[in-house]
Design a binder for this molecule. Structure first.
Ligand code: PLP
Length: 390
């Protein structure tokens, strides 16, 4: 982030690892390199690093350390929640409820479970991407074993009424999972206040390293083991721990706990400047996502008559990094499943631009972006047959 000429507006895809996090991880590569399962002092040093991180994460979530399982990231935590809960509770029922705007890390395991005989109900959302808890209630059957609704959407930033959905799930004795990959470290997340039984998170979205995450599992939740071949994480997730990564996650959450509120305030100012100024400077744009119930760092606009990918390439040539939506699908030219699910027609869903802010975002980044956007859009529209036909 030292390169002052470049502007990074893609914090939802991934964040830089905070230098303080890197410093905390450093000793675990050479000095305290032991296998945390080993009895000797090398192993015990590493184990202590892991248990400290578990404590820090548990305290952030208002949970117990024993309720945390470290994983390889958000994808694994989501996969584990769906697959290991569905398999373990198959006797009880064969129905899952989720939404069409979940990350593929939830949608794909749901599809796999469907192939294995599970029934899945996909609850619709409003145009702003909000789930109505009463729709969840209506979808529940005597066979429902799991409800999975993300805390905030990674593309349009809409924050869901998780506590209310959790209350409904609890009343009916149904497990409730939430993918909190985009909220952890950005807004407060307390597992008891949200009424969740399972909650996914990923360190690289809150200034920690990539390839490490966690799943919160409420005590008493019936969930099968996920990786087999060792008794790490109480047998739930075998494989030698990623010690440095886990220590980094712990440090990252500790920094967020201290800095998150102040950072969110600043990001809201920058976000609202973008939301106000983009329609002032470019015609025929539509804000995607909820106007107020949205992440402090998320802006998502559809810009008519241009392709999101061309816009990104042109911005990149100017040193500005943005996204059309999810980084995970940006290699495909398919329009975003989230934008289609909230009802945007194909041609508009193609022209979306996501800007996400973070710890090192500056007012000058936003000003530079706003300065360049109109000329890039004008250039692309000049080449667009659709724009000329309108
Ligand atoms: N869930 C959401 C909402 C995400 O935004 C992402 C990453 O983009 C993931 C899951 C996957 O997380 P990871 O990259 O740690 O596997």
């Amino acid at each position: 982030m030292e390169d002052t000429k470049k502007i990074y507006l893609d914090y939802a895809a991934t964040t830089p690892t905070d230098p303080e996090v890197i410093a905390a991880m450093q000793p675990y590569f050479f000095d305290s390199f032991g296998n945390p399962s080993s009895i000797h002092s090398f192993g015990q040093d590493a184990k202590k690093g892991i248990e400290d991180a578990r404590q820090k994460l548990a305290s952030f979530l208002g949970a117990k350390p024993a309720e945390i399982v470290f994983t390889s990231g958000g994808t694994e935590s989501d996969n584990m929640s769906l697959i290991a809960v569905a398999h373990e509770n198959a006797q009880k029922g064969n129905h899952i409820i989720t939404t069409r705007i979940e990350h593929h890390a939830v949608l794909e395991p749901a599809r796999l479970l469907q192939k294995q005989g599970m029934k899945v109900t996909y609850v619709k959302t409003s145009k702003e991407g909000l789930v109505d808890p009463s729709d969840i209630k209506k979808a529940i059957t005597a066979k429902t074993i799991l409800i999975s609704v993300m805390h905030a959407n990674n593309e349009i930033g809409t924050i869901q009424p998780i506590a209310e959905i959790g209350r409904i799930a609890r009343e009916k004795g149904i497990y409730f999972h939430s993918d909190a990959v985009q909220t952890i470290g950005h807004i407060p997340v307390k597992t008891d206040e949200l009424n969740v039984d399972l909650l996914s998170l990923s360190a690289h979205k809150f200034y920690g390293p990539k390839g490490v995450g966690a799943l919160y599992i409420r005590k008493g939740t019936r969930i099968g083991n996920y990786l087999y071949g060792g008794d790490q994480e109480n047998g739930r997730r075998a494989s030698t721990h990623n010690t440095a990564g886990i220590v980094g996650l712990g440090k990252a959450i500790e920094l967020c706990e201290k800095q998150m509120d102040a950072e969110a305030k600043l990001q809201i100012q920058l976000r609202d400047t973008l939301i106000r100024e983009i329609p002032e400077r470019v015609q025929e744009v539509v804000l995607n996502g909820h106007p107020t119930q949205r992440l402090p760092n998320n802006v998502n606009f559809s810009i008519r008559y241009i392709e999101g990918e061309s816009l990104l390439l042109n911005l990149d040539m100017l040193g500005i990094a943005a996204s059309t939506g999810s980084a995970c699908t940006s290699t495909s030219l398919e329009p975003s499943h989230v934008l289609l699910a909230i009802g945007l027609p194909h041609e508009i869903a193609h022209g979306s631009l996501r800007l996400t802010l973070g710890r090192w975002s500056k007012k000058s980044d936003v000003e530079q972006f706003l300065h360049y956007l109109p000329e890039v859009v004008e250039k692309l529209r000049a080449m667009s047959p659709l724009y000329h036909k309108k």
